[in-house]
Design a protein around this ligand. Structure first.
Ligand code: PEP
Length: 249
């Protein structure tokens, strides 16, 4: 089955609601006839404005994380149900910044993933190795552990919409992009691990590449057989750059 490219922007802790609204308006008006699916993930405060600005366009809006409980005494958190009720379609999970700065583990990522599925949203599961893990030959072990840890106890039938984002930690926000060969090789490996867990469904699932994707390197990355889109940080904050990546898809 042909996999439609997904180009997703992770705005992290950037842009006020008004700035986000302006950015979504510019993106929506510059999409042309793209066949790619488009997603932006603003801060929690920016979600409502982004959704209002995206109305009637191809732009979908997602959250950057969620809690696993439906509700309760969890100060500062958002449940998948709250995110769904705000009008979001996707949730990023297990981003390396969450793992690094907020002590996310494969176990908590898995709990969040189950919550996203419970709420009927699309999970974007982020995985990736650090430079020292790559250099010490642990790339495959780390990726396999992150995938199997997150998917543990979840039926393939529930994961038909799953999106995986392979983001080598050493390429995020550094300006250092993985070579197309490194990226394709890692994506093929990720797909093989997904096939081991989910069978044939792995051929239908999208695996995005993330890590310093820019308009200048997007076309070559997106032309690789197992790269089905991009998760973009820095270059998603400017309409011109994000649209340049979308045009390459
Ligand atoms: C990211 O944060 O997911 C990311 C890929 O960032 P950047 O594009 O800035 O490297």
């Amino acid at each position: 089955m042909a996999r439609t490219h997904l180009i997703a922007g992770n705005w992290k802790m950037h842009l006020s609601p008004a700035e986000g609204r302006e950015l979504v308006t510019s993106i929506a008006s510059g999409l042309g006839g793209t066949t790619a699916e488009i997603l932006v993930c603003p801060t929690a405060l920016g979600i409502a404005d982004a959704i209002a600005a995206a109305a009637g366009s191809k732009v979908q809006v997602g959250a950057q994380n969620c809690h696993w409980e439906v509700k309760g005494a969890f100060t500062g958190e958002l449940s998948a149900e709250l995110i769904q009720s705000a009008g979001c379609s996707h949730v990023l999970l297990g981003h390396s910044e969450r793992r690094q700065f907020f002590h996310e583990t494969d176990e908590t990522v898995s709990q969040r993933l189950k919550a996203v599925l419970r709420a009927g949203l699309v999970p974007v599961l982020c995985i990736g190795e650090t430079l020292s893990e790559r250099e010490s030959g642990q790339l495959e072990t780390v990726l396999r552990q992150q995938i199997t840890g997150a998917l543990a106890g979840i039926d393939a039938a529930q994961l038909t919409q799953l999106v995986v984002a392979y983001e080598p930690v050493w390429a995020i926000g550094t300006g250092v992009v993985a070579s197309t060969e490194q990226a394709q090789e890692a994506h093929a490996f990720v797909r093989s691990v997904l096939a081991g867990v989910l069978g044939d469904l792995a051929n239908d699932l999208r695996i995005l590449y993330g890590g310093s994707v820019k308009p200048g390197n997007a076309a070559e990355l997106l032309a690789q057989p197992d790269i089905d889109g991009a998760l973009v940080g820095g270059a998603s904050l400017k309409a011109e750059d994000f649209l340049g990546i979308i045009a390459a898809a």
